[in-house]
Ligand binder design. Structure first.
Ligand SMILES: *[C@@H]1O[C@H](CO)[C@@H](O)[C@H](O)[C@H]1NC(C)=O
Ligand SMILES: *[C@@H]1O[C@H](CO)[C@@H](O)[C@H](O)[C@H]1NC(C)=O
Ligand SMILES: *[C@@H]1O[C@H](CO)[C@@H](O)[C@H](O)[C@H]1NC(C)=O
Ligand SMILES: *[C@@H]1O[C@H](CO)[C@@H](O)[C@H](O)[C@H]1NC(C)=O
Length: 213
C-alpha cells in the first residue's frame, strides 16, 4: 500500500514538473523537448515545429509551406537535424529550388551549425570566383557518381564547402543560373569518400529562450 501511494506521488510529481515546463506531447515516437512547440499550448511559440501525422517537420520560414523532415533532436546541445530535400528524379533540382533553397528567417532562434558540409550541384561557372571547393576531386563528385539521387547532376560543375561563420548561417542558396541542387552531410572529414556511411542532414542549433516568467 505504501509502495502504491509512493508510486502515485512520484507520478504526480513528474506530471507537475512536465507541465510547468509546458513540454509538448510526443509526436509519433519522438519527444518534443522544451522549448520546441508543436502547438500554441505547449513549448515556446518562437520555436515552432510541426507534428504531421506522427512525424516531426521543420518549416524554414513562417510563411513557407515547404517542410523538411526532422530526423533527430538533441535537447542538451540544443540541436536538431533535418533531412535535406530530395533531388527531383532525373533532374538536378532540389525540391526547394523554387523557394531559393533553404532559408531561415533572420529573427528565428534557429541557425545552421558549422558542422554541415554542403554540396552544391549544377553550378554556373561564376561560382568558381567564390571560395568553394569545386575541384575535380571535391567530395561532391563522389555523391554524383555513387548516389542514385545525385545521378541527374553528373558531369555538371559541383562544389563542396564547410558551412562556417564566414558564410551566412541562415541559408543555403539555390537559383537558376547559380546552383540548382544541394545536399548536406554532418561531420564529414576531408577525404572521406565512403558515401554510404555519410550522415546526410542539415544540423540546426537553437538559441536558448529568454527565461520564461
Ligand atoms: C500517416 O502515417 C501512417 C503511418 O506511417 C501512414 O500509413 C498513413 O498513410 C499516413 N497518413 C497520411 C494522411 O499521411
Ligand atoms: C578540395 O577537396 C579535395 C577533396 O576533399 C581536397 O583534396 C583538396 O585539397 C581541396 N582543395 C582545396 C583548394 O581546398
Ligand atoms: C542545371 O541548371 C540549368 C540552369 O541553371 C537548368 O536550366 C537545368 O535544368 C539544370 N539541369 C538539370 C539536369 O536539372
Ligand atoms: C548559432 O547560434 C548559436 C546560439 O546562439 C551560436 O552559439 C552559434 O555561434 C551560431 N552559429 C552560427 C554559425 O552563427
Amino acid at each position: 500500500m505504501v509502495a502504491v501511494i509512493f508510486l502515485f506521488v512520484s507520478l504526480f510529481a513528474v506530471q507537475t514538473f512536465v507541465s510547468s515546463l509546458t513540454e509538448c506531447p510526443k509526436c509519433g515516437n519522438m519527444d518534443v523537448p522544451y522549448p520546441l512547440s508543436t502547438d500554441g499550448n505547449c513549448g515556446n511559440p518562437m520555436y515552432r515545429i510541426i507534428c504531421n501525422n506522427g512525424s516531426l517537420q521543420f518549416s524554414s520560414a513562417a510563411d513557407q509551406k515547404f517542410l523538411y523532415k526532422i530526423l533527430s533532436i538533441n535537447p542538451n546541445e540544443q540541436k536538431l537535424v533535418i533531412s535535406p530535400p530530395h533531388i527531383e528524379k532525373n533532374t538536378c533540382q532540389s525540391s526547394d529550388l523554387s523557394l531559393g533553397g533553404f532559408k531561415i528567417d533572420e529573427n528565428s532562434p534557429f541557425n545552421i551549425t558549422s558542422h554541415n558540409t554542403v554540396m552544391l550541384f549544377n553550378c554556373s561557372e561564376n561560382i568558381l570566383l567564390s571560395p568553394l571547393n569545386c575541384s575535380s576531386i571535391s567530395q561532391c563528385i563522389q555523391y554524383e557518381e555513387r548516389v542514385i539521387e545525385g545521378n541527374g547532376c553528373r558531369n555538371k560543375l559541383c562544389c563542396t564547402f564547410l558551412k562556417d561563420s564566414s558564410m551566412t548561417s541562415h541559408r543555403i542558396r539555390l537559383r537558376i543560373g547559380g546552383c540548382t541542387a544541394y545536399t548536406s552531410v554532418i561531420n564529414l572529414k576531408p577525404g572521406d569518400i565512403a558515401v554510404d556511411a555519410w550522415s546526410y542532414g542539415i544540423q540546426l542549433q537553437w538559441l536558448p529562450p529568454p527565461a520564461d516568467t
